[in-house]
Design a protein around this ligand. Structure first.
Ligand SMILES: *[C@@H]1O[C@H](CO)[C@@H](O)[C@H](O)[C@H]1NC(C)=O
Ligand SMILES: *[C@@H]1O[C@H](CO)[C@@H](O)[C@H](O)[C@H]1NC(C)=O
Ligand SMILES: *[C@@H]1O[C@H](CO)[C@@H](O)[C@H](O)[C@H]1NC(C)=O
Ligand SMILES: [Zn+2]
Length: 269
């Protein structure tokens, strides 16, 4: 933080501050008054959208930004910045529904579909509270490295009928992070009675979802989008307390440097 406005109370110059996906909202609607600015119809995205005065938002590609302190998150000193920045999007996107739907609790069995930016954060949050985590994936080649690095409990190959059968009816909830079209029926089958399937990936095609398997087990299918500012701060503080950061590969902004680093046989000319 290089400057603070006259009325700013949460920050002083020199503080480490984070700005996530949201830089504005109406602050007065039902959603905003419940700390759910992320669902405000007037929510302003941080990138490539417009402020109320019409000026454009430039997101993480700008080297300076001016943001109302309400939409700024305090970053505790022990968190390395590179691994913290993605949590303001990927982290809160899984943290919020895991909290809201009661899936981030000791002893709960959580399924995580897709082990990318969102999925690996879900695994870290769930493991640190003592939940059991099963990663559900189509790519068996990720298994060994992923189990060792992230320390989850089981790895389920989603097209392996035998593995699926064995896991039917065992999960309290599933966080589905996959954005490509994929069947949901077998995921519903993995849930216990009262189990919850939470969709945070966004396939364009409407999913095929038979209703009977939901009725027979009072199962819930829900969606969720990022999180409000209060919860985003809570997530960052939780991450700091438990030493959780996103796994990142840091690459230089200069793409030519990057290509040469990755391909040392190439030389600059
Ligand atoms: C700062 O606070 C004063 C007093 O509450 C208010 O009149 C003024 O509009 C505020 N300035 C900004 C930039 O919000
Ligand atoms: C709150 O958010 C919902 C979307 O979840 C939206 O449909 C609704 O209009 C919002 N409420 C108000 C009062 O703006
Ligand atoms: C957090 O990580 C740092 C650096 O890796 C380590 O020194 C510290 O002991 C960790 N603290 C906890 C609570 O795990
Ligand atoms: Zn609002």
């Amino acid at each position: 933080m290089t400057k603070v406005g006259r009325n700013v109370t949460k920050f002083k110059v020199g503080d480490i501050a984070g700005v996530g996906c949201v830089v504005g909202s109406c602050r007065s609607c039902d959603n905003c008054t419940q700390d759910l600015e992320n669902y405000c119809p007037k929510m302003v995205w941080t990138y490539n959208k417009h402020h109320e005065d019409g000026s454009r938002t430039f997101g993480g590609y700008s080297d300076k930004t001016v943001v109302d302190e309400h939409f700024v998150v305090r970053i505790p000193k022990n968190l390395p910045l590179q691994g913290t920045a993605p949590m303001l999007c990927a982290g809160i996107t899984v943290y919020s529904p895991m909290r809201y739907f009661g899936l981030m609790e000791p002893g709960k069995h959580l399924g995580v579909v897709g082990l990318g930016g969102l999925g690996h954060m879900a695994v870290k949050f769930a493991k640190v509270v003592g939940a059991k985590v099963t990663v559900i994936s189509t790519s068996p080649n990720k298994k060994k490295e992923a189990v060792e690095q992230l320390g989850f409990d089981e790895f389920l190959i989603s097209h392996d009928q035998e593995q699926l059968q064995a896991a039917m009816g065992t999960m309290d909830g599933i966080i589905d992070t996959v954005s490509a079209a994929h069947p949901l029926l077998h995921l519903v089958g993995l849930l216990k009675t009262n189990g919850k399937l939470i969709l945070v990936g966004a396939p364009i095609q409407p999913p095929e979802l038979p209703v009977f398997p939901l009725i027979l087990g009072r199962k819930l299918v829900a969606g969720s989008a990022i999180g409000g500012m209060k919860e985003t701060q809570e997530m960052i503080d939780f991450a700091a307390k438990h030493n959780i950061t996103a796994d990142v590969e840091v690459i230089p902004m200069d793409i030519n440097t990057y290509i040469i680093q990755q391909n040392p046989q190439l030389t600059r000319n």
